[in-house]
Design a protein around this ligand. Structure first.
Ligand code: SF4
Length: 544
């Protein structure tokens, strides 16, 4: 039975009507009613209208917090006022697993703590001192320097200081021009982070990595222990994980990551740049995978095995899937009667709002509205639109690296003929179809949703659960709707792989079916949402 979500156009009109004409015109392009057979064009990666409450983070947050944050043995030093550093400290519940000898700086917050006089007279001296102090105290393998807004405004040269200190200390020191205002969202920060890691770290160690099937996992940040689950599955299948960007990672792993034979992308938006550059420079093909959802995990493992085209590997993968699916199916049987048909809204991240729809659909829950905080058009519509995306002034702000095949280390992992054979069997390389084609007809797809739009959607659709981040959490819960944080998982997780799917189903069952929501007096109802959260509202119908 296919769900068709009705009245999207009317609801969109009702919401936009409240905005001033110019704002309504702009928001209208980022707010589309889905037609999977004829995917609509969506406006994404544009500036938020000033004054509108957005879910987004800043460029610095994307660079320091998202991409570099989960790497345990790099000292991440924020050059700026302590506020920026404090809010990027441990806010994502990234986890890591150290050996007895390993360094782990993830629990610390390093900042130059700029004061007024540094803003007036410059902060370079303070930065030099801070790098020296961090080195003297911890003797790390690498120090990364992150620029915040004031640094860009006063013009401190973090790159020159990094070069100077690298020379002086004899360790890798590199900087990021990731001032908060550099892009329209954290997406710019991901791009800047990846460029610098590629320039300063990848390929620094050419030592062979043992293993027959070697992969990197890109865009997986080990929130709530997701990477641990994936690592365990890969190990049981006999697949060697050279590096994860950047969950549970170390600088040594990044340095050797060019020795892998396949790159697997989880979060397309935050990291597609690394995959493309590694393919051009070293000859490593990439595929899109998803380890959120039991079926999606099974598909991804099979896809990796198919790439390596090895019968023993395929058999091992099938065995692991078979073993794991017993418990998954049992849990689905238990919770599905209580969850089936209930409505979900997801406004989070730059792939998560897509990936988590698989999990919900496995227990029969329907996503009526979804969108991203920092996606670009291709994350919604698929990579086929890449040639048509216009580069605007904000994107031009970000350095584009020109990458060429490495004269000594470029080694195509498969011949053209082998790649063609794979594609003939329906194998998709270097592709991501995006979120829109997989969403229900009539569902709403909204880029950079505002708080006002969120509140109206909740009032009209009365979802059983809303997925977003901490900024939205308490406002939405006060409306009588449970909110599942998918940036940090609250206290739950891991949610990746088969065991993660089980954890998620149990969590959602508990959240959605607790009677406490019926006690919350939402602004539009004295009864709460308990009776309204099934798919029977005016806005949804079913067709065969
Ligand atoms: S926008 Fe600027 S000032 Fe605000 S957190 Fe980001 S870097 Fe810091």
């Amino acid at each position: 039975m296919k769900k068709v979500i009705n009245n999207g156009n009317k609801l969109k009109g009702d919401i936009l009507e409240k905005y001033p004409t110019k704002v309504a015109r702009k928001r209208s392009k980022s707010f589309v009613v889905n037609d999977p057979d004829n995917p609509p064009e969506i406006q994404a990666n544009v500036r938020t209208v000033p004054g509108i409450l957005t879910q987004r983070g800043c460029c610095y947050a994307g660079c320091k917090g998202v991409v570099l944050g989960p790497t345990r043995d790099i000292i991440n030093l924020t050059h700026g006022p302590i506020g920026c550093g404090f809010y990027s400290w441990l806010t994502r519940r990234n986890q890591t697993r150290t050996g007895p000898e390993d360094d782990n700086y993830m629990t610390y917050c390093f900042s130059t703590d700029m004061q007024d006089e540094n803003i007036v007279f410059g902060g370079e001296k303070k930065l030099r001192q801070a790098i020296q102090e961090a080195y003297d105290l911890f003797h790390p393998k690498a120090i990364a320097i992150f620029s915040t807004c004031p640094v860009g405004l006063i013009g401190d040269d973090v790159h020159a200081i990094s070069r100077e200190m690298k020379e002086k200390l004899g360790i890798n020191v590199f900087g990021f021009s990731c001032e908060g205002y550099k892009g329209v969202s954290q997406s710019a920060g991901h791009h800047i982070a990846n460029n610098q890691i590629f320039k300063h770290v990848v390929g620094q160690n050419n030592e062979e990595v043992e293993g027959k099937f070697k992969i990197n996992l890109l865009g997986e940040y080990n929130i709530g222990g997701d990477s641990f689950v994936i690592e365990n599955l890969l190990e049981r299948c006999g697949i060697t994980l050279v590096s994860t960007y950047s969950g549970n990672s170390t600088i040594d792993q990044f340095e050797q990551s060019h020795m892998a034979d396949l790159n697997c992308i989880m979060c397309h938006r935050s990291i597609n740049y690394v995959a493309d550059m590694m393919e051009t420079k070293f000859g490593i093909p990439w595929i899109k995978v998803n380890f959120i959802g039991a079926d999606a995990t099974a598909k991804s493992l099979r896809k990796i095995a198919q790439y390596f085209d090895d019968k023993k590997l395929m058999a091992k993968v099938e065995k692991v899937i078979e073993e794991e699916m017993v418990a998954v199916e049992q849990t689905i049987k238990e919770v599905k009667p209580r969850l089936e048909g209930k409505k979900v809204m997801l406004f989070v991240g730059g792939s998560r709002a897509h990936h988590y729809q698989y999990l919900f659909s496995e227990v029969g829950m329907v996503t009526v509205a979804a969108g991203y905080e920092f996606a670009h058009r291709d994350d919604y519509e698929g990579r086929k639109v890449l040639p048509y995306i216009k580069v605007d002034a904000d994107s031009r702000n970000i350095e584009e690296l020109t990458v060429e095949p490495d004269p000594e280390r470029y080694r195509p992992r498969k011949t053209e003929e082998e790649l063609k054979q794979l594609e003939k069997k329906g194998f998709t390389l270097r592709d991501y179809e995006g979120m829109i084609p997989e969403m229900e007809s009539g569902s709403l797809v909204i880029d950079d949703i505002s708080q006002y739009e969120t509140e109206v959607l909740i009032e009209k659709y009365k979802p059983a659960v809303f997925c977003a981040g901490i900024k939205e959490k308490y406002i939405i819960q006060k409306m009588g709707v449970p909110l599942k944080q998918l940036h940090s998982y609250d206290y739950g997780g891991p949610f990746a792989g088969f065991i993660g799917a089980i954890n998620f189903f149990k969590d959602i069952d508990r959240m959605v079916n607790t009677r406490v929501w019926a006690l919350v007096k939402a602004p539009w109802s004295e009864e709460g949402v308990e009776d309204n959260c099934l798919i029977d509202a005016d806005y949804v119908s079913e067709v065969a």
